[in-house]
Design a protein around this ligand. Sequence first.
Ligand SMILES: [Zn+2]
Length: 319
Amino acid sequence: MKKSLMSLALIGALSVGAHAFTLGKLGNFEFKKFADNVYILPGPPMEPNEENEGFMNNPAIIEGEHGLIMIDPGGNYNVGKKIFAEVEKISKKPIIAIIDTHKHGDHWFANKTMAEKYPNVKIYALQHMIDVSKDGEADKWYGILDRLSHNLKGTKPYQFPEFAIKNGDKIEIDGQTFLIFHPKRAHTDTDVLILHVNSKTLFLGDNVMKSRLGGFDASSSILGNIKLLEDIEKAPELSLYVPGHGAPGKMHETIDPFLNYMKLLKKGAEMALEEDVEAYEIKPKVVEMMKDYVKWDAFDHQMGKHLQKIYEELEAEDE
Ligand SMILES: [Zn+2]
């Protein structure tokens, strides 16, 4: 009797273990309910690496009457499988639509997994995101993520989005309404912000990160990103704000840290321009102003680059 109870307990433990989405020492990950029909799986806010298997974004699902709408399904085909197993714990309804927020592969490479499960899924993104991804950006991100996480096997051939959305679009899917906003240049020039009207949830993409810093590439505008977030904060508060990386929450707790980080960069770059010195020469002073951010993931190797970027943007504005 005792023995059979023990083996039952063991089977139970094993089956839980086999289904939990575990990433090494980082622990377990699961979808959390943030509104009536809105679930988010907050990933670890850090650079892609072997331990996180290339999973560090915030995949979300919105449950409609007949199916699920997914936002940013994840960073590669393999973590996509783990994320999908978590989706199934929330609902067995089919994934009928996916919206990708921007061109960076850590957000959309798991389109592949979801489309394999549901070949009729409609995948949406900005036309420019689709174009640049097909024109080399996907390969660039494949290289970055593969080098850092070694977990990209199966991700190619890519599952590109096929349905173009644009600024001002109102999309109705399965009784759910989404408003699409495209800032010309902010985190990149391919971003869409998605307002889920039913729950008053704003998906910000990487225009907001919390607890980690990512790159600002040549297509981005830090000044544009500041303006975007200031405009969002001027509007009436919504129920929930979801950053591309880091914890979702209320407006100010979610947006302020990253917005203030960029404002400090701007202040530092303005100081350098006034004193007629290079960005790197002012960097030690800027680091001193950034005590709240030194613990953010990737601060050491990103902040100097960001300072240089905004310095160049301000110089160009002046010309
Ligand atoms: Zn990004």
